[in-house]
Ligand binder design. Structure first.
Ligand code: NDP
Length: 328
């Protein structure tokens, strides 16, 4: 069997960034204790930024992008991982400074890999992907802070995107009443099918925020940042909790301290990239248990590796609904 394999590679020279499919061998991969036959990857917002070059995500050239993958271990020098194991990788700088998931082979540190939970397929793991795993971290953050279904409505911003759709499905299954904020109001039926009880137009939240507004939310998962997060903070109930993970509107936060000092509002930051292994494993176990796999299928589409650049462009143009699995 030839050990050459197909990979998407991003390179950079004085003329700018180029993105091409190439044939590589395992010698071209970076250091790591485990080599994986990649079965599926996905396209996250960060992958869209990397492939389109809209933000300096890639820190080494040439590099295989793709911040996620799931597959089967081909060889391992790591004590806890054996040949044939099914594994998931999210983050750790893979697809940024280390070769990533848009290739038939990947080599990474064994301690970066999470075992695939029982009952979950590698395709389902990538339908979840970093976006869905981040949604789970956000939901866990709300629960850690004691937000309960009976406390009131939970707002999800960026609702029709990857983080938003999975957050809605998770929260609804856990019994929370979920309100979805979206710019795609035509997706109302889709979002309600996932478990949203109602939707609001994201324009209600996108303008400059008042220090305090009428209280409305017991909790919120925010994938949008900027004015949207500032408005969400100003509308939180007394002791309300916001889990903030994204910057789809912008990385600024034009807010005041008033929600914190007059209403005891809590703003919890969520990072998926360097999240410690034990919390990752807990999040993936919770996803296997708390995510309705039929709903996941309803928000997932599949594309071959050849189409990954087109999907990344669509994602950046806000044309992708839910999650896209890349069949490697
Ligand atoms: P998607 O592109 O799938 O979804 C983002 C959604 O945000 C869009 O679908 C849209 O929702 C909304 N949106 C886009 N532009 C704007 C805008 N200008 N104003 C208001 N809303 C907007 O991305 P993901 O769901 O994968 O990621 C969401 C965010 O979370 C990104 O910023 C990403 O970088 C971040 N992220 C952070 C992680 C972490 O570790 N902290 C991990 C994963 C993601 P709609 O059409 O419904 O309005």
């Amino acid at each position: 069997m030839s050990d050459s394999f197909k990979a998407l590679q991003i390179d950079k020279n004085d003329d700018g960034q180029s993105v091409n499919f190439v044939q590589l061998t395992e010698d071209d991969l970076m250091e790591g204790s485990v080599t994986v036959a990649v079965e599926h990857s996905t396209v996250n917002y960060k992958d869209g930024l990397a492939i389109t070059g809209k933000a300096p995500i890639i820190r080494k050239f040439p590099l295989i992008p793709g911040i996620d993958f799931a597959g089967t271990v081909l060889s391992s020098n790591h004590d806890d991982i054996a040949e044939g194991d099914k594994v998931i990788l999210n983050g750790w700088g893979v697809g940024e400074g280390h070769n990533g998931g848009y290739a038939e082979r990947a080599r990474v540190k064994g301690e970066w890999l999470v075992p695939l939970p029982d009952g979950m397929t590698t395709a389902q793991a990538m339908a979840i992907g970093t976006a869905g795993y981040t949604s789970m971290l956000c939901v866990m953050a709300l629960q850690d802070q004691g937000v309960k279904p009976e406390d009131g409505e939970i707002l999800v911003t960026g609702a029709a995107g990857g983080v938003g759709t999975v957050a809605i499905a998770l929260l609804a299954k856990l019994g929370y009443t979920v309100v979805a904020s979206t710019g795609r109001v035509e997706e109302e039926d889709f979002l309600k099918g996932l478990g949203a009880s109602s939707i609001i137009n994201r324009e209600e939240l996108s303008g400059p925020a008042k220090p305090l507004a009428k209280t409305r939310w017991a909790g919120a998962v925010d994938a949008v940042g900027s004015n949207t997060l500032a408005n969400v903070l100003s509308q939180m109930n007394y002791l309300g909790v916001v889990a903030a993970c994204g910057l789809a509107q912008g990385f600024d936060l034009p807010a005041t301290v008033m929600p914190f000092i007059l209403r005891g509002v809590k703003l919890i930051g969520v990072d998926s990239v360097m999240c410690p292994l034990e919390r990752r494993k807990a999040a993936w176990q919770r996803l296997a248990q708390d995510l309705d796999m039929d709903k996941l299928a309803a928000l997932t589409s599949h594309q071959p590796l050849d189409n990954v650049v087109a999907v990344a462009n669509d994602l950046m143009a806000g044309k992708v609904r839910g999650r896209v699995v890349i069949d490697v």
